[in-house]
Design a protein around this ligand. Structure first.
Ligand code: SF4
Ligand code: SF4
Ligand code: SF4
Length: 289
């Protein structure tokens, strides 16, 4: 009988330092798992691994120290548990998200649902380069979106209601960027210093600071590792549907044009990033008409 190696080729199977063993990485969009799924993973790790699991920096769980001969059995058990094998090679790997509006008082967007929607569309797609996607609900950037190949950050811009400010200074106290001063008895915002976190909007006791619609900043080409690099700003968008549309465009652009063997951050100029940015901006403005 022919041996089926397809399951061994999955990116979520990682050879260990001792090559007689491997680690299995699980798909866990936004790092969310029900307690039932956690119990299932625990049982599988106990039966086939060394009785431990490892929580990774990409919000997945790994089952270490598995006999490679058992991978097919484990893969089936993980499928049945609703926690299939994940990805780690030149693919779209686990999409990470901070708690967002579901739990965090600083959040401007629903990060977890967005990460799940992106996962449904794109997880595991083979790519010429590894693509990490991270979603953060505000500029505090708890998932470091600027250090991922594709980053999404929720922001909100404060707007003042002319003539109503009492000059109490509460918003000045709350702004960590020193972007607000009191001048002639009213608050004045310096847009150059403002990172659009939205904290001042929620701090005003008289609810005088209003907000633009919260929006999503999209960044491309960041990376961690031995030579970290901050991603470049592509554009801002106003809703989940537009974000998913643009993320798919980015993925297709990279899929068609990028070279393997080089990180995305190293080839953005060769891929004519600025031309792509102009094209996407034009397309989005047409779509919004
Ligand atoms: S990035 Fe912002 S919204 Fe997300 S967990 Fe951190 S502080 Fe909260
Ligand atoms: S949105 Fe954030 S950075 Fe901007 S003024 Fe308000 S508190 Fe300061
Ligand atoms: S907290 Fe509100 S009322 Fe007080 S200075 Fe700021 S905008 Fe004006």
């Amino acid at each position: 009988m022919r041996t089926d190696f397809s399951v061994h080729m999955k990116g979520g199977i990682i050879t260990e330092r001792d090559a007689d063993f491997c680690t299995i990485r699980i798909r866990a969009p936004a790092g969310i798992l029900s307690v039932e799924k956690m119990r299932g993973i625990a049982a599988i790790a106990k039966k086939y691994g060394s009785g431990i699991v490892h929580c990774t920096t990409r919000q997945t769980i790994e089952i270490p120290h598995v006999d490679p001969k058992l991978i097919k059995k484990i893969a089936k058990s993980l499928e049945r548990n609703g926690t299939p094998i994940g990805s780690e090679r030149d693919e779209i790997v686990n999409i990470i998200a901070c708690p967002g509006t579901e739990r965090c008082k600083f959040a401007n967007i629903d990060t977890i649902n967005l990460a799940k929607k992106i996962d449904q569309k794109l997880f595991g797609k083979e790519m010429p380069v590894k693509i990490r996607i991270a979603v953060s609900g505000c500029p505090n950037s708890c998932t470091s979106p600027m250090l991922n190949e594709i980053g999404i950050m929720g922001r909100i811009r404060p707007l003042r209601t002319a003539g109503l400010c009492t000059g109490c200074g509460t918003c000045v106290e709350y702004c960590k960027e020193k972007a607000i001063i009191i001048k002639n008895g009213i608050s004045v915002l310096d847009p150059a210093k403002c990172v659009q976190c939205g904290v001042c909007i929620r701090s005003c006791p008289f609810e005088l600071l209003k907000a633009e619609h919260s929006h999503y900043l999209i960044l491309i080409g960041g990376r961690r590792g031995r030579h970290p690099r901050i991603g470049r700003e592509l554009l801002t968008l106003e809703n989940d549907d537009h974000v998913i549309y643009v993320i798919e465009k980015i993925v297709n652009w990279v899929y068609r044009r990028a070279w393997s063997g080089r990180l995305l951050s190293e080839q953005l100029d060769d891929l004519q990033f600025e031309k792509f940015r102009q094209e996407i901006l034009h397309e989005i403005s047409e779509k919004l008409k």
